[in-house]
Design a protein around this ligand. Structure first.
Ligand code: DAT
Ligand code: MG
Length: 152
């Protein structure tokens, strides 16, 4: 596997419901590395760029209204295969179809309030990381336990 970075964001419903700590824990306990973290209320311009692929969908305006409605916790996580793995930890887009044990499976019922965003591919991860973060906001660091990690 190659080391990748992905963009994750706890949406306003996750922040309002006090789920930030529980969600961060899922990725920490899995073994991924947090390299950037900030809370912000996204501008409409940022939200529209982030969800640009959905601009012609009927739910687009509601999606932008929702994601700009309050604080979002934006993050970059790093690790082997983190893009696909984070999507699996997040679960299906429709929370009622998300497996128990996934974040959406455990914490959500409504597709329009599905708690968390995760990049879906390397290209979107690169685009989204660059959209939400400057390079100065992303930290290269080595966790001390990686010194005794087994190479594969
Ligand atoms: P995901 O967030 O799993 O990548 P997506 O990229 O297809 O899903 O859609 C982005 C977000 O848009 C999704 O998290 C919730 C919202 N959304 C998607 N389909 C929707 C629908 N049919 N009705 C309302 N909101 C929808
Ligand atoms: Mg998506």
């Amino acid at each position: 596997m190659t080391v990748e970075r992905t963009f994750l964001a706890i949406k306003p419903d996750g922040v309002q419901r006090g789920l930030v700590g529980k969600i961060l824990n899922r990725f920490e306990q899995k073994g991924f590395k947090l390299v950037a973290l900030k809370q912000l209320i996204p501008s409409r311009d940022l939200a529209k760029k982030h969800y640009g692929v959905h601009q012609d969908r009927p739910f687009f305006k509601g999606l932008v209204d929702f994601i700009t409605s309050g604080p979002v916790v934006a993050m970059v996580w790093e690790g082997d295969g983190v893009i696909t793995s984070a999507r699996r930890l997040i679960g299906a887009t429709k929370p009622l179809e998300a497996e128990p044990g996934t974040i959406r499976g455990d914490f959500a019922v409504d597709i329009g309030r599905n708690v968390i965003h995760g990049s879906d591919a390397p290209e979107t991860a690169n685009f989204e990381i660059g959209l939400w973060f400057t390079s100065e906001e992303i930290n290269d660091w080595t966790p001390s336990d990686q010194l005794w990690r087994v190479e594969s």
